[in-house]
Every structure is written in C-alpha cells, then in structure tokens.
Ligand binder design. Structure first.
Ligand code: PEP
Ligand code: MG
Length: 577
C-alpha cells in the first residue's frame, strides 16, 4: 500500500482502477520501404483508420458535450480525408522508395510549418495545429500504437497523469472517468477548475504519483478535505475500512447541503447575498441550472477557444452567449473576454513562449494586442445582449489605460452595429476583474468607470503574495486565507460602494463554504462559484444570522496570519454541524 498526498482540486471521493495517461511515444526508425505497393497500402489503411477514429470521436463528443466540442474533430477529419495530401505522400513513397512513416512525416512537416509560418493569420495557425494532430493520429495508426484518450477510458478509471491540458479534459468521458490525479498543477489551475465544473473529484500536485503505479492498480482518492487530498494505492483491509468511513461522513455532509439546492442564500434574519455559477461552455448550462444557479457570474469564454484547434468565429460565439443568456433568462450572465496566456494556451492560437507568462501578454493585454480577435468577441457579446441580461467583463486589468482602450473599442463596435442596424442592449453592464494588486489600489478610479467588479482571488492571491498559482514548490506560500487577501477584498468593496458599483468574487475562495459567511460580512454583493459548491455555500448562509457573519468578518480583518483566519473560519463552519 502506498499513500500519496496532494492538494484537493475538486472535492469528492472515488474508488477505482488506475489508468496512466501518457502520450504514446511515436518514434520510428526510417527504414527503406520493402516494396512501394506495401507502403502505399499501409498508408491507405492507416489513413482510413484515422478517419474512422475521428468519426467515432465526433459522435461521442457531440452526444456528451455538444457541437462546440465536436467540431474539433470534424475539421481534423476533413484533413485526414484530403485526397490531395494523401496523393503527395504516395508520390514521395513512389519516387524516393521510403517507408510510409518517412513519407508521411516529410509531407506533413512541410504543411505544418507552412501554416505556422503564416504567423499573422489566426486561421492558418490553427490549421497548422490541426494538421499536426492529424499527422500524429495517422502515424500512430501506422505504428499500430493504440490510442490513449480521456474519451475512451475503461469504466471505473482514475486517471493518473503528469499534467493534463484543458483540451485533454474537454473530451473526458465523465461516465467512465471517476477522478483525475496529476503530478503537476495547483488547485486554481484550469484543469482543476474544469474538473470542478464537471463535478469530478481531482487532486493536483501529487508529487511522484506516476512512479511505481501500474495500470489496473486499485486506487482510492480521498479529496473530501478542501485542503489536502490523498491517493491510496492498493489499500489494505484496515485502510479500506477507514476510507469507507470517511466516504460515508462526506456523503452525509453532501446530503445535508443537498436540501439547500435552489434556495436563496438568505441569513436566518433575512439578509440576502447573490450566488451565481462559473461556467466555460454551452454544455454546462443545463447542469448549472439543475444545481440551482440563477445567474452566471463568470463565463470563462476562453474555454470556447481552448477546446478547439480552430478559433470560433463571431457567429459561433454569438450563439454560445445567446444560449447562455436565454437559459438564464431570469438572471444575468457575465461573459469574461478571452483570458488566455499564463497557463491557458490555445491550440488555435499558438503564442510565443514567454519567460514569465503570468506577468506577460495575458488576459486583456493579449486581446488589445490582437484587436481583430477582441473586436470579434465584443461584437458577438453585444449582439447576444439583445437576448437577455448579458454583461461583459475584462480580465487582468491593471490600470485605467487598458480599461479606456477596451471601452473605446466597445464604443466603436457599438457604432458599427448601429450602422448595420443590428440590435444590442445599449445599457449592457460592463465590469472588470480585480485580480492585479494595482487594481485594488485604483479601485475608486476604476469603479467610477464601470458597473461592477468581480474579484479574481485566484490570480489576486498569486500576485499579492508573489507565489505562482501553479508551482507546487511554492504552494505553501500561495496562502488562500492570507490576511492580505481579505483586507484587499474589504478595500475593494468599500471603494466600489462609494461609486454605486457592485462587487462579486469569482475566484475559488468565493466557493469555499468556510469563507462564504466572512465574505458576506465584508460586504461582497455576489459570490460566483462552481456548481458543486452552491449547495454547501447556501447552507452556510441560511444557517447563519447576520450579526454572526459581521462579527466573523471583523475577526478576519483584524487577524494577522492565515492560520488564525483558517482557524476562525473552520471553527465557525464546524460550529454549525
Ligand atoms: C481568478 O483569477 O480568480 C479567476 C476567477 O480567473 P481565472 O482563475 O480564470 O484566472
Ligand atoms: Mg484570473
């Protein structure tokens, strides 16, 4: 029996079998072809297997996650079926008498670099990424290496990986995959966020977990504690019964909060706060409603881009935002403009590597450096605003300059739509995320110019404490309950309220049931969280009285260390049980 320790990324409990998720090694030795005919036939067989795989993937992804995701594989299928490309590979085999692998590599390398070289054109760059994926698929079929995909795992799998890309998790089959465990990443990495949104238990920063773990090993993930997670490999009888006991306690806790699904978060003496949900795709709309959400406080629009090797055009984006606002017709939907860079890389938009990506060209900065991309999104949001209370929010705002530049673009796009006679909501709310320390200090100035703030505590914590949110080596310096965070929240709330600007929190702190009462006590108007957190957060408010909430907030603001704050919050929360 081995017990690994890591950080809880998505709470829950799972018992199943280990499934290592590693990209296959597709090395081959360039040998002379035995005969041209054999190699041509091998190539044709491999290409047709690749097409079959892509067709099956499209079907299963469409059924589970909708069209947004299926089109990734549709466009790749078109490439795998392209007669002209295959004819070129056949020509290389015939003329230079080389193996199908060598010929395929030569032809596809030329296409990939040709598209990548067209560096100013997003469409061509995304085609380059698609072509490379198709190349790897056909090569794998040629080499007879079976596919490893999160969409085709055995039932009861607990996936163990070094790291997972958001695009890996996009195809994940939630029926078969019980849990995710990665060596790298942190609780606020995007894989963690996606697994929370999908409702799958996950642990990250589980160092050394891949050493010595075999496919098929019995594994139990205990991620019932919001801080630490444990992965037990081949548990003995005593450990198994201890784990079952913990699972039962967790189940009872879940059952207790399930009674609060869909209820308004109002204290026992009638003080209300707004709760909303964080989502990243059309497929999450239904489950978010079922979890009781009335509004979307954060639509991470970049997931529409992350999941695709091709950038969604204005119409596709418009349809996604319209679907959201129509589904939440009794509430509102906050669309955050594209927030890539940092740990979020988009296959359809290869970006140059940066030494300090979290301090680099990310969020609104990136959008302002790619104005066409940004304008397309702004137009899509404006058009969808005609269908309900859609709101627009900018990430990574550090000061007034970039806010004013972005506002200017909105004004210009409005004029453009006016000229076309296209309808939109002229009073659509516009807000900014407060996630850079300078924005905390400039909150008064920002609040005069926007309708709302949403505090991104995931980034704000990393920037205030200078601790990379993804680097497990500084995980202990990334203190989610640090007094600096709560003091920043209070400062932002006070500044915003001086200018009739409402304040939400959409970072992960806002969904931690221990933090929820104190955040309400600090005067935060809205908390936006993953759907799985809603019930317990509602329980935390409905079982509190407002006086207690205010006293808790006061103690938190006076505290000097994160340990003190964690102690107050945990004692208060447990005191309800
Ligand atoms: C945040 O930084 O708190 C946030 C909500 O944005 P993201 O996690 O997507 O960076
Ligand atoms: Mg952020």
């Amino acid at each position: 029996m081995i017990v690994h320790r890591g950080a809880t990324a998505s709470p829950g409990f799972a018992s199943g079998t280990a499934a290592r998720y590693e990209q296959p090694d597709l090395q081959f030795t360039p040998t002379e072809a035995v005969t041209v005919e054999t190699e041509v036939q091998r190539l044709k067989n491999a290409a047709s297997s690749a097409v079959n795989e892509l067709t099956a993937l499209q079907e299963s992804v469409r059924g589970r996650l909708g069209d947004d995701f299926a089109h990734i594989f549709r466009s790749q299928q078109t490439i795998a079926e392209d007669d002209a490309i295959l004819a070129e590979v056949v020509e290389v085999i015939t003329e230079t008498v080389v193996s199908a692998e060598t010929a395929l590599t030569r032809v596809f390398d030329a296409y990939t670099s040709m598209f990548n070289d067209l560096a100013d054109d997003d469409y061509n760059k995304s085609r380059g990424a698609d072509i490379h994926d198709v190349y790897r698929r056909i090569l794998r079929c040629l080499l007879g290496v079976p596919e490893i995909s999160l969409s085709s795992m055995e039932p009861g799998s607990i996936v163990i990986a070094e790291d997972l890309l958001p695009s890996d998790t996009a195809t994940l089959d939630t029926e078969h995959v019980m849990a995710l465990v990665t060596e790298r990443g942190g609780p606020t990495s995007h894989v963690a966020i996606l697994s929370r949104n999908l409702g799958i238990p996950a642990a990250v920063a589980v160092q050394g977990v891949l050493d010595g773990i075999q496919n098929g090993d019995a594994v139990v993930l205990d991620a019932t504690d919001p801080g630490h997670a444990f992965l037990v490999v081949n548990p003995d009888v005593a450990k198994r019964s201890e784990l079952l006991q913990r699972a039962e306690t967790y189940r009872l806790r879940q059952e207790r909060s399930a009674a609060y699904i869909g209820r308004q978060p109002v204290t026992s003496d009638g003080h209300a706060i707004e709760f909303s949900v964080n989502i990243g795709s059309t497929a999450e709309l239904g489950p978010a409603r079922e979890a009781g959400a009335r509004s979307v406080g954060l639509y991470r629009s970049e997931f529409l881009f992350l999941n695709s090797s091709r950038l969604p055009d204005e119409q596709e984006q418009f349809e996604a935002y319209r679907a959201a606002v129509e589904r939440f017709s009794d509430g509102y939907v906050v669309v955050r403009t594209l927030d890539i860079g940092g740990d979020k890389q988009v296959a359809g938009l290869p970006l140059p590597a940066e030494d300090n990506p979290f301090l680099g060209n990310r969020g609104l900065r990136l959008c302002l450096s790619l104005p066409e991309l940004f304008r397309t999104q702004v137009r899509a949001v404006l058009r969808a605003s005609a269908f309900g209370d859609l709101r627009l929010m900018f990430p990574m705002v550090a000061g007034l300059n970039e806010l004013e530049e972005a506002m200017q673009i909105i004004a210009e796009e409005r004029k453009g739509l006016d000229a076309l006679g296209t309808v939109y909501n002229p009073t659509m709310q516009v807000g900014v995320m407060i996630e850079v320390p300078s924005a905390v200090l400039l909150a008064d100035e920002l609040a005069k110019r926007v309708d709302f703030f949403s505090i991104g505590t995931n980034d704000l914590t990393q920037y205030l404490l200078a601790a990379d949110r993804l680097n497990e080596r500084v995980a202990r310096y990334y203190r989610k309950f640090d007094p600096a965070i709560f003091r920043a929240v209070l400062q932002v709330v006070q500044a915003a309220h001086r200018h009739e600007c409402w304040v939400g929190i959409c970072g992960e702190l806002g969904g931690d049931p221990r933090a929820v009462p104190a955040l309400m006590g600090l005067g935060v108007d809205e908390l936006s969280m993953s759907k799985g957190a809603l019930a317990e957060a509602t329980y935390a408010i409905c079982t509190s009285d407002y006086g207690a909430v205010l006293r808790l907030a006061d103690r938190v603001i006076r505290a000097e260390t994160d340990a003190e704050i964690e102690g107050f919050l945990t004692d208060y929360y447990q005191g309800k049980e």
